[in-house]
Design a protein around this ligand. Structure first.
Ligand SMILES: *Cc1c(COP(=O)(O)O)cnc(C)c1O
Length: 461
């Protein structure tokens, strides 16, 4: 399996190099050159298998020669062993023909654990083989950072540094980063906003001397290995509801378009998915783009579903690449226009996108109302992100079963849940002592030179 860039100008890579590289050198995102297909018989054969076995069968063709069957199977086993539910991604019925896919049973209570835990194991396996070390640096508004700290803690060939905006993440999110005790994991509270953190991260990657010196690697959601790991639960959920003999639809709380793009890949691989519904909060650039064809940035308005507060949706570039007939030059042109504020999606590309994706948005009031309603009518306490999904899904319920992805545990966002329902959700027992564990964090200035010095010093210790 070979991987190519959405902008057509970067070297073609193997799975392993794609994973270790992250962003392509031409600024694009890596995608498989061709997608493996699964026949109806192969999909039917997934019924009744463990999550790990489905994961192996669905992902194996993408990995190619980069890992042996035994290595890949071991990585999958270790990745999901720490989950708090035997099914890993259990399905619950919410309403008539409407189901909730619970993706919050991992160690940091959000769906990002599915991908991050697996790539932690894949990184370690690849690096141990070559004897190399890498330094992972990430910027987070909350969930990605905690998932990364948890996934890379204690791994021998990796150091991980996570930048988060000081004072701007929830207490649970902060503690999930700062209470990791292993010496290779470093939480950095930057004096600035999430945009500052992300800008300094980009600066570090653009400082090639520093980048090569510490062997910088990225694990943000544009890393194809992360998207791939998320394809698996679309298969387990659809098969549980009757695929390949019956169609299923999915509604996905969306920010950077990584999770829903995984659903699109599942569909292209042969899973009978009727509709993929993009559910956005008030930061609705994707809903506007799919409705009007104009992809125009408007700035971010902070919401009660902060992990979906985005200005531009980086993985959308992968969907555009296919919608434009895999024309890398056309995608590069759109991305250049985006720098100046936005672009218009051509009629043909828009029709292609609409044949796979529908969309909807939930305002702040609608999100809160759905948290309260689902608690009352469905007996389900939802996190605000999941509530955005359940709200948007209401417009698409019908004969085809709908699965809404529950992307985080309600206890990760207790203030919003309590404001809507009066109930303060409790953390699961296995992390009930989160607020007693000691915190370890370095406060860092919003300054590239100081940050690089900090990373160098920590690595030298
Ligand atoms: C990251 C995240 C999302 C958005 O997922 P994308 O892949 O960026 O679209 C939604 N909900 C929660 C809880 C998240 O952490």
């Amino acid at each position: 399996m070979r991987y190519i860039s959405t902008r057509g100008q970067a070297p073609v890579l193997t799975f392993e190099d794609t994973m270790l590289t992250g962003l392509a050198r031409d600024g694009g995102l890596y995608v498989p050159e061709t997608l493996p297909r699964m026949s109806a018989a192969e999909i039917a054969a997934l019924a009744g298998l463990s999550y790990e076995d489905v994961a192996f069968r669905v992902m194996r063709p993408f990995v190619g020669e980069s890992f042996t069957d035994a290595e890949f199977g071991d990585c999958i086993a270790r990745a999901y062993a720490g989950f708090g539910h035997a099914a890993r991604a259990p399905l619950k019925q919410l309403q008539d023909n409407h189901f909730l896919l619970e993706l919050f049973h991992g160690p940091t209570l959000a769906f990002k654990d599915f991908a991050m835990q697996l790539i932690g194991q894949l990184f370690q396996t690849a690096l141990a083989r070559s004897g190399e070390r890498v330094t992972i640096v990430g910027a987070t508004s909350g969930d990605t950072g905690s998932a990364a700290m948890e996934a890379f803690r204690g791994l021998e060939n990796v150091d991980v540094f996570i930048l988060y905006p000081h004072g701007r993440v929830s207490d649970v999110q902060r503690r999930q980063m700062t209470t990791v005790s292993e010496a290779n994991a470093h939480a950095l509270a930057i004096d600035g906003t999430f945009d500052d953190a992300q800008a300094r991260l980009k600066d570090m990657f653009n400082d090639f001397v520093f980048r090569d010196e510490v062997r910088l690697a990225g694990v943000n959601s544009i890393n194809f290995a992360r998207v791939l790991a998320q394809v698996v639960y679309y298969f387990t959920a659809a098969v549980a509801l009757g695929a390949p003999h019956r169609e299923v639809s999915f509604c996905v709380p969306t920010g950077n378009f990584g999770d829903i793009f995984a659903g699109y890949l599942a569909k292209r691989m042969g899973l009978p998915i009727a509709r993929l519904v993009v559910a956005t909060n008030q930061n609705d650039i994707l809903h506007r783009a799919l409705s009007t064809g104009d992809y125009v940035t408007q700035g971010v308005a902070p919401s009660i579903s902060p992990s979906m507060d985005i200005q531009v949706s980086s993985n959308f570039e992968r969907a555009l690449f296919d919608a434009y007939g895999r024309d890398g030059a056309a995608v590069a042109q759109l991305m250049a226009e985006l720098k100046a504020g936005g672009f218009h999606i051509s009629q043909g590309a828009l029709e292609a996108l609409r044949s796979d994706f529908a969309s909807g948005r939930a305002s702040e009031a609608e999100t809160s109302a759905m948290i309260a309603r689902s608690r009352g009518e469905m007996g389900e306490l939802l996190c605000p992100h999941s509530a955005v999904g359940v709200h948007v899904a209401q417009d698409f319920l019908g004969a085809v079963p709908m699965v809404t992805l529950a992307t985080a545990h309600p206890a990760k966002f207790p203030d919003a849940v309590e404001a809507a329902t009066g109930i303060r959700p409790a953390l699961p027992a296995r992390m009930a002592d989160l607020f007693e564990r000691p915190e370890r964090v370095s406060r860092v200035p919003n300054d590239l030179t100081a940050l690089e010095a900090h990373v160098r010093e920590a690595l030298a210790r």
